[in-house]
Ligand binder design. Sequence first.
Ligand code: AG3
Length: 276
Amino acid sequence: MEVWFTEDQTKHLRIGCRVREVLFSGQSPFQKVAVLDTVEFGRMLTLDNVIQTNIKDEFVYHEMITHVGLNTHPDPKKVLVIGGGDGGAVREIVKHKGIEKVVHVEIDQMVIDVAKKFFPELSSGFNDPRVEIVVDDGIKHVKENKGVYDMIIVDSTDPVGPAVGLFSEEFYRSVFEALTGDGLFVAQTESPFFNSELITRVNTTISGIFPVTRLFWAVVPTYPGGYWTFTMGSKKHDPLAVDVDKDKIEALGTKWYSPEVHRTAFVLQPFVKELL
Ligand code: AG3
């Protein structure tokens, strides 16, 4: 018997993956959590039937949501990750030797438990002594912590349900306050093919708060459109002005991010430029 997982990427577009085995399925207080062993992508995490990550393409997203910002700030020491309970972002952050502390605020304990059990390749960073896991609401956490973080990463789900607040002006203002004087933040900001209005709104909002706002992109085959964006808001440092250290990046052992990609990720096609 053939088993297929389908995500409704939009009302009129679906992605389907053939499933070898359903490894886990549970309902948390926040969402339906599932782990599927897919034929094309290996183990895959879905939340409310939306693909979050998988063994085959996770490196692109996790390298880009972390290293672009970590190489823009000259000396990041304290980093906050909101969401990203799978651990992929934390794994990349702890590769940086200068990092002293990573606070990882994930709202859903079940996602953390599932990551530890089914995605050891992603959650390995959880064992690093510099990492503190806090099961709480990220919005509340940024409101309660002011002037603390060099970098904040918003590794959220799509802007529906619990994640809506993570795309709001009020939240971006709290993020600004939670950062140190030269801090910066990076958020995942969806697809220019299917979420163009969101990209425009988020960029306008962040530009009204942060002196530097930059959109960059990468290819994630399992996300709608395959072309995915991230937005950086920075108080001082401009990712386009930094000369990234080749040796330092080589030491990270990345598979997508490189000094060249640091620059080309900010090269936007005319239809994307138009959104900003
Ligand atoms: N965060 C989810 C990105 C949104 C994907 N959207 C979709 N498939 N419709 C990824 C979490 C990985 N740490």
